[in-house]
Write a protein that binds this ligand. Structure first.
Ligand code: SF4
Ligand code: SF4
Length: 318
């Protein structure tokens, strides 16, 4: 086992047989930790780099077993209002990820988000499906969270997958240093690069950070000749006005005149699939009851896309 293979990082999920997030059949490896706080995030368990306990309260039978089992005092029994004591999670306590509570929960209510894995362990899972990659032109996609939040771990995985002759892709929000992207670019066959808003103040308001570094890294990656597919999440009340989308498309159309690596633009309409996970983390869903993008809006957006000289499409259910 070499030193890189022993590098460890925090993974929160590995999904096989995906047909999204890059060409062919893919294995998606999701790393934990993200520098952004997008209100529409569908993976809230990906944001913190720490272990987190997720609890399906409706399945808890308040047996209290987890309270005795947990070495870190994460599980407690406490009354809610005037009701009887029931199981709750002390979010101020630090879970050490031992998994004992989830493994033995009588209601199957618990799940631990986060698993420390070595690069070799990740590679071993990824390479189980080598046959499918070969026959479909697929490969592995690193996602998150934000893979560049764990740059050494992400780089070691990408390099090893590449050495094994498998296609590599990386989803990224663009919020890291240029040095990190420069390091990862030679072992990343395709960047799936998020572009949310062109206005820096609005970007800060909706994600917690400005977009200056994101646009700068995108520009530099395109100048470097990297293959980049830009993805724009379409979120009502955030960037579904036609002005915002047109600004992004205009910027990309200009960039595409010199950037041969710009593979296209995908518009990803907002969905509420992650909402239940916020409840499992005792967090409030930031977008409340906000409705999704309507068919009429999508038709309007199709018209806008046709006005730009870019390979652009709306990915429904993406
Ligand atoms: S072990 Fe499971 S069912 Fe029992 S109190 Fe804990 S979370 Fe609830
Ligand atoms: S994973 Fe271990 S430390 Fe974390 S809450 Fe469960 S029993 Fe406690």
């Amino acid at each position: 086992m070499d030193e890189q293979g022993k590098t460890t990082g925090m993974v929160f999920d590995i999904q096989k047989y995906s047909m999204h997030d890059g060409p062919g059949v893919r294995t998606l490896v999701f790393l934990k930790g993200c520098p952004l706080r997008c209100k529409w995030c569908s993976n809230p368990e990906s944001i913190s780099p720490q272990y987190q306990v997720m609890c399906l309260a409706e399945q808890c039978v308040s047996c209290g077993w987890c309270i005795d089992a947990c070495p870190a005092g994460v599980h407690i029994m406490a009354a809610v209002g005037n009701g009887p004591p029931q199981h709750q999670i002390d979010r101020a306590a630090t879970c050490v990820g031992c998994g004992v509570c989830a493994g033995s929960c009588s209601g199957k209510a618990l799940r631990i988000a986060g698993k420390e894995m070595t690069v070799d362990e990740v590679i071993s899972v990824v390479m189980e499906d080598q046959f499918f990659y070969l026959t479909s032109g697929g490969g592995m996609t690193l996602g998150g969270g934000e893979p560049t939040f764990q740059p050494a771990f992400a780089g070691a995985i990408l390099r090893q997958v590449r050495l094994n002759g498998v296609h590599t892709a990386m989803e990224t929000c663009g919020q890291s240093t240029w040095e990190v992207y420069q390091e990862l670019a030679p072992c990343t066959d395709l960047f799936l690069y998020d572009l949310k808003l062109m206005d820096a103040d609005l970007h800060r308001m909706h994600t917690g950070v400005g977009n200056e570094r994101i646009l700068d890294n995108l520009t530099r990656l395109l100048e470097l000749g990297a293959n980049v597919l830009v993805r724009i999440p379409l979120v009502p009340g955030v960037n579904d006005d036609l002005k915002s989308l047109s600004e992004a498309l205009s910027w990309l159309e200009k960039a595409s005149k010199t950037a041969t690596g710009l593979k296209g633009v995908e518009i990803l309409p907002y969905h509420r699939l992650g909402q239940s996970k916020y409840r499992q983390l005792d967090e409030e869903y930031p977008l409340g009851d906000m409705a999704g993008v309507t068919d009429a809006q999508l038709e309007e957006i199709e018209t806008i896309l046709s006005q730009f000289n870019l390979p652009a499409r709306i990915v429904k259910n993406g």
